[in-house]
Design a protein around this ligand. Structure first.
Ligand code: NAP
Ligand code: ZN
Length: 352
């Protein structure tokens, strides 16, 4: 297998800044597509992984799983795309493709474990996978997405994670024009959740800690904004929502949100990974047949469905373009919820 050197940006330790480095990409095999990366979104998961918030980070790590670019090479059995086409890669680059989940287009729930775009186990090279903060990537065609040509490419990148992670629960819980949806947290995932829920015809409310985001939220499509620290405002939406998508990255009290669910409503956690503190009070759940659920990204077919929907409805992310050399500053700003609403790296800056 080839051992080509590829320029990338990553980190060697949880407490070290990201810096330029060289990584290895495999030679294109018969089913592979090589993509020159043009833009890569900056997800809060990149920061969690770089700083080992979840444990299990293998260093060096090159984050980035909101990748868009142009096809530069294809294997001789590739049929999905050709050289010169636009292409996208999200959070998955492989899975077993044989288990019950994979057979049902749920590669994200692969029973043998999916291969993440970064910090995954690369089956070809026997090392960790490296993400999109790099010049190029080589991915099996099954995990490569077609990108609608009518959309601004830099603003498409965040759809590959923030978009699909919020689209998947919206679709799974059958959100449509009669639905009342709430979103907790207005960041990368939150702003896409508002746009996509609105695109599906739902009435949408944002829960935010940050009063300064109210105007933006309404411009993004929210019908209402509830400041979650204001008890009166929280009271005004008791028993209202069919679905709540909670995107908050850190431990927080979800009990006040459960109270805002309608009978049989569901609160789906997509942000925080770990034990709840304070614990979940089961009384409102039992007395109202309410569900607290979780969801991780989305399958490849569902990601394509979301991209096609966005192409048709002109939905993209609100982005702030940065150079790769500013990634450490971007991480600090993300920790302060100071992103409006997704940083996207112009990968041409890596050539500087
Ligand atoms: P982000 O852009 O940083 O947005 C998170 C938002 O949550 C913030 O803008 C803020 O909104 C709110 N928030 C932040 N800290 C908070 C706290 N301590 N308490 C309450 N609210 C807080 O992050 P993101 O990229 O959207 O990612 C959100 C989370 O989803 C991350 O943990 C990420 O790892 C995870 N994620 C999960 C999946 C999945 O498949 N399940 C996929 C991608 C990402 P306000 O200012 O409006 O309060
Ligand atoms: Zn992500």
């Amino acid at each position: 297998m080839g051992a080509e050197k590829t320029k990338a940006f990553g980190t060697i330790a949880a407490d070290a800044p990201l810096n330029e480095m060289n990584i290895q990409r495999r030679e294109v095999t018969s089913k592979d597509i090589e993509i020159e990366i043009l833009y890569c979104g900056v997800c809060h998961s990149d920061l969690h992984t770089a700083r080992n918030d979840w444990g299990g980070t293998i260093y060096p790590v090159v984050p980035g799983h909101e990748i868009v670019g142009r096809v530069t090479k294809i294997g001789n059995e590739v049929t999905k795309l050709k050289v010169g086409d636009l292409a996208g890669v999200g959070c998955l680059v492989d899975s077993c493709r044989e288990c019950n989940s994979c057979e049902h287009d749920l590669e994200q729930y692969c029973l043998n474990g999916f291969t993440g775009t970064y910090n995954g186990a690369d089956k070809h090279l026997g090392i960790q996978t490296y993400g999109g903060y790099s010049e190029k990537v080589v991915v099996d065609e099954h995990f490569v997405l077609k990108v609608p040509a009518n959309l601004d490419l830099s603003a498409v990148a965040p759809l590959l994670c923030a978009g699909i992670t919020t689209w998947s629960p919206l679709r799974h819980w059958n959100v449509g024009k009669d639905s009342k949806v709430a979103v907790v947290g207005l960041g990368g995932l939150g702003h896409m959740a508002i746009k996509l829920a609105k695109g599906l015809g739902a009435e949408v409310t944002l829960f935010s800690r940050t009063p300064g985001k109210t105007k933006d939220a309404k411009e993004l499509g929210a019908d209402e904004v509830v400041i979650s620290t204001d008890a009166e405002q929280m009271k005004s939406v008791q028993g209202k929502f069919d679905l709540i998508i909670d995107t908050v990255p850190y431990v927080h009290d979800i009990n006040p949100y459960v109270s805002t669910l309608n009978i049989s409503g569901t609160l789906v956690l997509v942000g925080y990974l770990g034990e709840l503190d304070p614990m979940l009070n089961t009384v409102p759940m039992i007395m109202g047949r309410k569900t607290v659920a979780g969801s991780v990204i989305g399958g490849i077919a569902e990601t394509q469905e979301m991209l096609d929907f966005c192409g048709k409805h002109n939905i993209v992310s609100e982005v702030e373009i940065i150079n790769i050399q500013d990634i450490n500053i971007a991480y600090e700003r993300m920790l302060k919820s100071d992103v409006r609403y997704r940083f996207v790296i112009d990968m041409a800056s890596l050539k500087k």
